[in-house]
Design a protein around this ligand. Sequence first.
Ligand SMILES: N[C@@H](CCC(=O)N[C@@H](CS)C(=O)NCC(=O)O)C(=O)O
Length: 206
Amino acid sequence: MDNTKLTYFDIDGGRAEPTRIVMSIAGIKFDDHRVSFPEFGEMRESTPLNAVPVVAIEGVTYTQSNAMNRYFGKQAGLYPSDPWQAFLCDEVLEIIEDMTIVLARTFGMEGDELKQARDKLVSGPFTRCLRTLDKRLEAAGGEWFADQKFSVADIKVYLWFKRLMSGGIDHVPTDLMEQIAPRLVQYMERVAAQPGLVAYYEGRGN
Ligand SMILES: N[C@@H](CCC(=O)N[C@@H](CS)C(=O)NCC(=O)O)C(=O)O
């Protein structure tokens, strides 16, 4: 599928980053179209839901990052064929989507308002998310979230927590995972060492 164009912000993260990696692992040649925030402002209304990421396939523009993760994930061998394992994979994808939504609500806040909102996220949804993922990982055998192997769910979890605890999201402690679900720290290292991920970032020069 050479006629594929993925449009998203020019950041190595966010909602499109798992899709970029999955497409690269699948060996799909695509136009990695990166736009600045002002450019997004100009093109926003030309997208179906006034949002990115969007993927144009054979000239038709589609939305929804997790649909992209599943579709390209199947082509990369990173999405379970067994229905139950697919459910476990999907649950994790959607948990991270929920976390993305609640975090996005705090963008644009400042000062005390921002601190209060972020503190609430840390003690509420982010803590619940970490506890739930810790349980799920243990129940799935301790290494991967689904199918006993590396999947799109692992890519999504890894990228989300890497960014969340990078120190770049104000008022979110960088040791949050260590505090709440220390077993996941080792999991993060396992995902970071996956050859597909390593090759993708080597190819990007970082
Ligand atoms: N459910 C959609 C959500 C897309 C979404 O909300 N994208 C954000 C950026 S990550 C956006 O474009 N928001 C509109 C805006 O900022 O004006 C998906 O997963 O692709």
